[in-house]
Design a protein around this ligand. Structure first.
Ligand SMILES: [Zn+2]
Ligand SMILES: [Zn+2]
Ligand SMILES: [Zn+2]
Length: 767
């Protein structure tokens, strides 16, 4: 007879881990007990040594679906005969523990729950809030820890006797399922327009209204969606007009992979991700015979689709034959998603025709996650619902330092590094908007609370002095009486990528829109050598003028003019703009001349090495996109155009040096494009070749940096790496040169992981 103590760490609380331990121990006839000890689960077992070893293996192999084991430790104890257990027991959790327990993310409705919802005889038949320990909301309903029902938004719904029996039975699927409920004790949905609309079946009624062309605001699990039909143009046009988002692609929800296959290509790895418990939106290529309205994702070769992730969504599709509905976050542009009933009604007045609401509070909003594939490699565009707040293991940096990092300005997440874990927050958004900035502050307080963080040793933020996040970092620095470290944007990208792969040193191609550079200019096409908390800028794209600063981002024709300005004489350039590009100047001919004068005199001009701006200029040169109305629009449309093309024009590359830095002459690429005849037949091939030239150029710069430093790893970070063709070309060129190429795999390539990089640099700087 042997006795052992096993300590398990990871996502092991609130996920049915203890009842599972109980069942596994019972199956092997082991005696002992299991209990929660704050951040670990402790198991004591007695039995034959071989059975205990089998038990150890089973713990890893037969664990509950949502759980995750980070570490499993076994200590063999003296088996003294006096303290023998007579059975296996689940003990009450110790209430006064210290240390953080890892809270699991929200998880899509499991098959068992779905079976009940669809089964007429079940008491949860048609019930939209059905959940169990294997599924349902977690992060979005928790207000503080330990994770118990009274500290969730379910506290307002006391369990009925039947639910209570399930909740207290260790072998039931709903044992301590904090979000469990039923139609008799749980929340309810209702339809609303001006007042509550009484209905036998509000979900069925809502679908009828949708199919008649109405726009519905639907409060879901972690947020609210605006919902509309996708097979007709009119409802989507209405929605766009009312929201003032004329071109931005909308994501949609479809009932099954089979249905998605009728309008989009789904590779097997994409299918797996669509069906995963995390249920992100997956960006898929439209099929040749795509038949949804072109207004869903205008002028793009792809669109974002997700499968239902709550019983409510599954029920929606029960009453319709529609293949998909638009499901876009319900918010005013740039503001956080609406989650409170009153707010939803007030702020969406004039946008939604009807509301499908419910009476459970959303404690934390959590936007849908978005991923896409580059080849077979998954890329997170937004890592939020279904993934957050699951932390990254940063223990190699240290375990006793707490760092709070606030991210950049627009596509913000924040990160908390604590006990060796890095918690990257849900998507927060554009902090220049007052409501979003407030949301950032609330979300910080919440994460601090649910991780039981009592002190912060260091704050990290962007280098930009004027960002609201920078100012907030200094305020919080005072509150926590700790230093603030400013981290350069692209350095943070490189550090996030290094942490994602657990590497110490790499050459990083950081390619994106813009980030504030050490020299005060707008960086965005950078080759950085990054190691530990240090970095050096070894190469970049050619610095160009941005006449009118931010106006250049909105109207890329300004960028086009600035990039070719040194290569044309005055009449030639003004003539070219007036002849071929006049439509893209909102103020017509006088504006062309004004911008020319601006370039001549160097007035109101900033410099940039941004890759995004170069892609924008190429898009406008090819007349693919003349105005950016949403983030990344021109570059995305360039990618879509290039997707239909092939590389018949080989555009030459020119690399030169400034102050020892390798510089890619991006004007040369643009000039080569302008030399060709730009017409319908050539646009796609030119887009392909131009995009390829920029990619090859970036790869070439990185290879030179690697050759020079002897570093063997080259990585890619920044929003440009969402472009499948760009990312695959760079990978090919880098690998052909004999280097390994790393891309973000568990973190966002874009600015969603900047806070994580800031946290890493700050922590490493203290090491
Ligand atoms: Zn379930
Ligand atoms: Zn009940
Ligand atoms: Zn960036």
């Amino acid at each position: 007879m042997e006795k052992a103590r096993i300590l398990v760490q990871g996502i092991v609380q609130g996920v049915g881990f203890r009842p599972n331990v109980y069942r596994l121990a019972k199956d092997l006839e082991l005696k002992g007990c299991v209990r929660n000890l704050g951040n670990v689960v402790e198991i004591i077992v007695e039995g034959e040594k071989s059975d205990i070893q089998t038990f150890m293996r089973d713990l890893k192999l037969k664990r509950p679906p949502i759980s995750k084991i980070d570490s499993l430790e076994i200590q063999w104890l003296e088996a003294d005969t006096s303290s023998r257990f007579i059975d296996f027991q689940i003990l009450e959790s110790s209430k006064n523990f210290s240390g953080s327990s890892v809270i699991p993310p929200d998880v899509a409705t499991c098959d068992s729950c779905l079976g009940e919802v669809m089964k007429r005889a079940d008491r949860r038949y048609n019930y939209p809030f059905t959940a169990c320990t294997d599924c349902g909301p977690r992060f979005t309903v928790i207000s503080s820890i330990p994770y118990d029902r009274e500290r969730t938004s379910m506290e307002e719904f006391p369990l009925c006797p039947e639910c209570l029996v399930e909740y207290e039975n260790p072998v039931d699927r709903r044992y301590h399922a904090e979000a469990t409920c039923c139609p008799f004790c749980g929340p309810e949905v209702y339809l609303f327009r001006e007042g509550r609309i009484e209905s036998e079946n509000p979900i069925k009624e809502a679908i009828k209204l949708l199919d008649e062309g109405n726009i519905l605001a639907m409060k879901g699990i972690g947020g609210t969606h605006l919902v509309a039909k996708t097979t007709e143009d009119l409802p989507i046009q209405d929605l766009r007009r009312r929201l003032g988002r004329m071109n931005q692609p909308f994501a949609c929800m479809s009932p099954s992979v089979e249905t998605i296959r009728s309008f989009a290509e789904v590779a097997n790895y994409e299918e797996k991700t669509l069906k995963s418990r995390n249920r992100p939106i997956v960006v898929l290529k439209k099929k040749k015979d795509y038949f949804l309205s072109p207004n869903v994702a205008p002028e793009l070769h792809n669109l974002g689709v997700m499968l239902p992730y709550s019983a409510l969504h599954h029920l929606l599709f029960l009453y319709t034959d529609e293949p998909a509905y638009i499901m876009t976050s319900a918010n005013k542009p740039g503001e956080p998603m609406l989650i409170r009933n009153q707010e939803i009604i007030e702020k969406l007045d004039g946008i939604a025709d009807y509301y499908l609401l419910h009476n459970r509070k959303i404690i934390n909003r959590c936007d849908d996650s978005v991923v896409r594939f580059r080849g077979r490699e998954l890329a997170f565009i937004r890592r939020s619902r279904g993934y957050v707040p699951e932390p990254y293991d940063f223990s190699r940096i240290g375990k006793d330092l707490n760092v709070l990092a606030l991210g950049p300005e627009i596509d913000v997440t924040f990160s908390l590094f604590k006990d060796g874990y890095c918690y990257v927050s849900q998507h927060i958004g554009d902090t220049t908007k007052y409501e979003t900035f407030k949301y950032l502050q609330e979300a910080i307080e919440h994460l601090i609370a649910i991780t039981k963080t009592e002190r912060i040793d260091m704050l990290a933020c962007d280098l930009h002095p004027m960002f609201f996040t920078t100012k907030l970092a200094y305020e919080l620095g005072e509150r926590f009486e700790c230093p603030v470290l400013k981290v350069q944007h692209h350095h943070a990208h490189a550090a996030a990528l290094s942490m994602d792969w657990g590497v110490e040193e790499l050459i990083c191609i950081a390619a994106d829109g813009v980030g504030y550079g050490e020299d005060g200019t707008a960086w965005g096409g950078e080759i950085l050598h990054s190691w530990g908390a240090e970095y050096e800028r070894l190469g970049s794209l050619m610095p160009h003028n941005m006449p009118g600063g931010d106006l250049t981002t909105r109207y890329p024709v300004r960028m086009l003019m600035a990039m070719v300005y040194p290569h044309y004489d005055k009449d030639e350039l003004i003539g070219l703009m007036k002849k071929d590009y006049l439509d893209y100047f909102p103020h017509g001919k006088p504006e062309v001349e004004l911008i020319y004068r601006q370039l001549e005199r160097g007035f109101n001009i900033t410099k940039t090495t941004s890759t995004g701006r170069v892609l924008d200029a190429l898009a406008v040169a090819l007349r693919i996109c003349g105005e950016r109305t949403y983030e990344g629009e021109c570059a995305m449309k360039l990618e879509s155009a290039a997707y239909q093309g092939e590389d018949i024009f080989e555009l030459p590359l020119k690399i030169f040096k400034i102050n020892g830095r390798d510089i890619l002459d991006t004007s040369q690429i643009l000039l080569s494009v302008l030399e060709k005849k730009i017409e319908d037949e050539s646009i796609h091939n030119l887009a392909f070749s131009a995009q390829k030239a920029v990619s090859q150029g970036l790869a070439e710069l990185a290879i030179r940096a690697a050759d020079r430093t002897g570093v063997e790893l080259i990585g890619g970070s920044g929003g440009v790496f969402y472009n499948e063709a760009v990312s695959m070309t760079i990978k090919d060129v880098v690998e052909d040169a004999g280097y390994r190429f790393l891309q973000h795999r568990n973190s966002c390539a874009g600015d969603g992981s900047v806070s994580m990089g800031q946290a890493a640099v700050a922590a490493l700087s203290r090491k």
